[in-house]
Design a protein around this ligand. Structure first.
Ligand code: PEP
Ligand code: MN
Length: 356
């Protein structure tokens, strides 16, 4: 059993929770300028990668530990929680001493149980909030296993981030969403908040809005989206980043459907169904009463209870009526056979003077 405590940002912020910021912290000015635009318009927390896991060597691998001071400045000057990715125990130590509010474990790290265990050991006794991205491969047990390793080390404030799963070949999404995995995780661990990262699913700006809406429709608790003051000149992930104005346009356009209003509508229809069922019950009871009166007559006249001609007539009527009402003939036959045979049972009791 995992012990889950709430992370403040999910408790005290307006919904959906939105984490935004550049893929990578590139300079103090870049970090401060993006953070100012985001914090002034109500983003829940600021994200920026300091150590960047890159597929190929020779790419920009992040500014490293010196960027932590820039994040701290964002926290102190703009009063907004800051988050960054950790992949090694040294990253954890450096983040903790710099006062980083939220840590996240990247997709490549979640894939590796040795690395996750090392992070869990480094976090023992600390209980800083940790967001765990899904592993790059669609393995739900591996994702939950990472949460269990953290939980076993005493981390209780955990959340997850769905950022899609990698696959080979030409594709629409950089990482395919495979929504059934995060939804199954939510079903199994309902207390763990779940964010969607449409930036890394999409890989391109044009798809962000559609994916963010899909996440809202699936009742995700929030979003983590990459935002940059000059997306085209970003040192990493420049195809998927957007300027803060675009981010707020996407957020403003999101349609929030309440899971409750759906439940109310269903409850209203269920009320109608209950009323109809009551009427059906009442009519069946009335039908049985008449059948019993016929039973008295059959008894008096010495007639057989079951009369094949009548039975055939009843069933033919139902078959004809079924198609008029666009009901399945076989299903209706089962129902009326059951009603007819209950009538026969009641008449038999009368003819045979069974009273109890
Ligand atoms: C990121 O958030 O910048 C990042 C590297 O994400 P992921 O681990 O999902 O690839
Ligand atoms: Mn990125």
């Amino acid at each position: 059993m995992m012990k889950i405590n709430t992370i403040d940002i999910f408790e005290n912020s307006r919904k959906p929770v939105v984490g935004a910021g550049p893929c990578s912290a590139e300079s103090e000015e870049q970090v401060m300028s993006i953070a100012r635009s985001l914090a002034s318009r109500g983003v829940t927390f600021f994200r920026a990668g300091i150590w960047k896991p890159r597929t190929k060597p020779g790419c920009f691998e992040g500014v490293g530990a010196k960027g932590l001071a820039w994040l701290k400045r964002v926290h102190d000057e703009l009063s907004i929680p800051v988050a960054t990715e950790v992949a090694t125990p040294q990253h954890v130590e450096q983040c903790l001493s710099a006062g980083i509010d939220i840590l996240w474990i990247g997709a490549r790290t979640t894939t590796n149980p040795f690395a996750v265990q090392e992070l869990a050991d480094a976090l023992r006794g600390v209980d800083v909030p940790v967001l765990v991205k899904n592993p790059v491969n669609p393995d739900l047990e591996l994702w939950i296993g990472a949460l269990e390793r953290l939980s076993n080390a005493g981390v209780t404030r955990m959340g997850v981030i769905h950022r899609g799963f990698s696959s080979y070949g030409e594709k629409i999404f950089r990482n395919s969403p495979q929504w059934q995995l995060p939804l199954e995780l939510k079903r199994r661990l309902p207390l763990v908040p779940i964010l969607c990262d449409p930036s890394h699913i999409a890989g391109k700006r044009e798809l962000l809005s559609m994916l963010a809406q899909e996440a809202m429709d699936l009742n995700f608790d929030g979003l983590m989206i990459e935002a940059h003051n000059c997306p085209e000149c970003a040192l990493s992930d420049n195809r998927q980043q957007i300027v803060p104005d675009e981010l707020f346009m996407i957020l403003d356009r999101l349609v929030h459907r309440s899971s409750n209003s759906g439940a109310n509508e269903i409850a209203r229809y269920r009320g109608l169904i209950d009323e109809i069922d009551d009427k059906i019950m009442h009519l069946i009871s009335k039908r049985m009463q008449i059948a019993r009166e016929i039973g008295e007559i059959k008894k008096e006249k010495g007639l057989t209870v079951f009369q094949p001609g009548r039975y055939k007539q009843v069933m033919e009527r139902f078959a004809a009526d079924s198609s008029v009402h666009r009901l399945d003939v076989e299903a209706m036959k089962d129902i009326f056979e059951a009603i007819h045979s209950e009538s026969i049972r009641q008449q038999l009791r009368i003819v045979n003077d069974i009273t109890d």
